[in-house]
Design a protein around this ligand. Structure first.
Ligand code: ATP
Ligand code: MG
Length: 320
């Protein structure tokens, strides 16, 4: 069977190194092999906040991030939720296929609720994983390059596909998650690196911003730098970050630093990240907002055409 790839991101802020090593790098490789859809999940922004915020600005920045890392709009369909009503309509039948207790059990949803600043948890918070099933299945996606936090959601999608097929006949494939080199990159505070948790190194960060962020990162007072994820998680995290950017093992970098202490570690990590981001920053600056608008208009139209076909098929299968 020929694979179809679907991934996406919420337009909640700039993409960061966690995205790169968790998912973006895989996308860049896969775009040459398979049809690929990249979703700007704008409706998902309001799962854990009251307002969409600077949504247009964030969408533009997200697209610039895609172009900067080498996602090629000539090969990939880039589109947004809010422009494809037929995709969103799949949510209705799909919600009927999962139980309330299944929605409550999702560990990623629990983690996100714990980190949300909202006073009340919205219904969308519990149902967005099913919306994600619609995101993946509207184009009959089979391969989903994501970070580790998304695994429970891909499971929900598989469940939805399986149950739909059992009830209404074979319509959907059961997609597989594909994790990147670093499925869960920690942020500078030790938790999951996230756009909305203030602990991320953005792909668009300047050299000085990057240096300032790494300078603030927590470390410990032992001079001899060693890679020990359980005893010295903060140090290990910086070694991991430098290692990913340099294509070297963290142990190897620890040995090179030896008893240089935290300052030598931070200096090396800053240089490694800046070196890695240099070509990405350069490509980002080569694209205009007008270009971004055109890419999105074309992508939205193509995604909508695909969604109309799938919704027709779903209605027919269900006897509507
Ligand atoms: P937010 O805080 O707004 O939820 P986020 O940083 O979690 O932002 P998302 O848009 O929710 O980013 O996730 C987009 C994709 O990036 C998903 O596939 C997710 O698994 C992956 N991803 C996000 N953060 C990391 C990380 N720290 N390590 C690896 N992959 C990640
Ligand atoms: Mg997230």
């Amino acid at each position: 069977m020929n694979d179809v790839v679907l991934t996406g991101d919420r337009p909640t802020g700039s993409l960061h190194l966690g995205h790169y090593f968790g998912s973006l790098a895989n996308r860049v490789t896969l775009q040459d092999k398979f049809p690929m859809y990249v979703l700007i999940a704008d409706y998902q922004v309001i799962t854990d906040r009251d307002l969409p915020g600077a949504i247009q600005r964030n969408i533009t920045e997200l697209l610039l991030d895609y172009l900067a890392v080498g996602i090629d709009p000539a090969k990939v369909t880039i589109f947004q939720h809010s422009a494809v009503p037929e995709l969103n309509q799949l949510l209705l039948p799909f919600l009927s296929l999962v139980s309330v207790s299944e929605l409550h059990r999702n560990p990623t949803v629990k983690d996100e609720i714990a980190h949300s600043s909202q006073r009340a948890v919205s219904g969308l918070m519990f149902t967005y994983p099913v919306h994600q099933a619609a995101d993946i299945l509207f184009c009959k996606g089979t391969l989903v390059p994501v970070g580790k936090d998304q695994l429970p959601h891909v499971e929900v999608t598989r469940l939805v596909a399986r149950r739909f097929n059992e009830r209404y006949g074979e319509v959907f494939p059961e997609p597989e998650a594909m994790m990147g080199e670093r499925p869960l990159l920690q942020g500078l505070d030790g938790g999951k690196m996230s756009k909305s948790r203030g602990n991320a190194i953005a792909l668009s960060a300047t050299e000085d911003e990057t240096a300032a962020l790494i300078r603030k990162a927590r470390t410990d007072s032992e001079r001899l730098i060693t890679f020990d994820e359980t005893r010295r998680p903060e140090v290990a995290n910086l070694l991991t970050l430098a290692g990913l950017c340099l294509g070297r093992s963290p142990q190897d970098i620890a040995e090179e630093i030896g008893d240089g202490g935290a300052s030598a570690l931070k200096r090396l990590a800053t240089e490694a990240v800046n070196e890695f981001l240099r070509p990405i920053r350069k490509r980002r600056a080569e694209h205009t907002e007008e270009e971004v608008r055109q890419i999105l208009t074309a992508g939205n139209a193509a995604a909508r055409e695909r969604a109309i076909m799938t919704l027709d098929e779903v209605r027919a299968a269900m006897g509507f």
